[in-house]
Design a protein around this ligand. Sequence first.
Ligand code: KMH
Ligand code: ZN
Length: 276
Amino acid sequence: MTAATLITVAPTGAEADKSRTPALPVTLDELVATAIACQAAGAAVIHVHIRDDKARPTLDLPRLKDTVAALRARTSLIVQLSTGGAVTDPFEDRLNVLEASPDACSLTCGKVNFGDDVFMNPWGFITDLYQATQEKGIAPEFELFDLGHISTLHRLLATYGPPHGGRIHCDLVMGVPGGFDGDLRTIATAVQSLPDGATWSATGIGRTSVPVLLAALSAGGHLRVGMEDTLTFAKGRPVRDNAELVTRAASAATLAQRPPMTTAAARAFLGIDSAA
Ligand code: KMH
Ligand code: ZN
């Protein structure tokens, strides 16, 4: 079991509505302030989706570049850009995210029902994206929403070899209706199917957030938390901000005798070079 816990914060996502959730960070200033607070609370990685001037999700490249630069200037967090975007984003724009030269990116290993839509990730897109990460020296994090995604991950590694940096790090995204259930039994099933040597975080969407966090810690996994996935802190109590979700994760990790990993340790763990 890894001695320390890698905590990723996913502060914004593409789905939550700023007008209904004023604490959601959508401007660059809000995102940077959130990143600073979350690093202080124990996060080592930030999973980034950005918004436009009307707080709508966007994959605008100049804006992504500015975001990467600002996060690097003000924090030592590992900057992981989302290549999932929103369900409406074209594949070409999702591939183009890598032109912003993040440290890391998400790479989802299959399609999944997503609200009333489908989050599309066909094999050809997965392989294009994976090869681009290898060429550009960007560390992918394999987002797994369902057991079949793990089969695709095995096929991807067998066909194209190891990822940049050598670390096969996965995120089990749990509690999306139609994907993994967010419970211990499902974590156990998924983890035993991962490639040899792979490490993993888990994310529980909505009400699965706390059960998944506790189960992941006890099973030796790492954590992703944030307002992309969780808008309710406890029954009837909205999340105040991302930092309180990171603080809760860091407290639980410390209680589990696996305190939060520093950003420097996280870079070594994920095979990511020091910040430029
Ligand atoms: N917003 C979802 C459609 C990712 O960031 O890579 C996809 C998502 C996964 O959030
Ligand atoms: Zn995301």
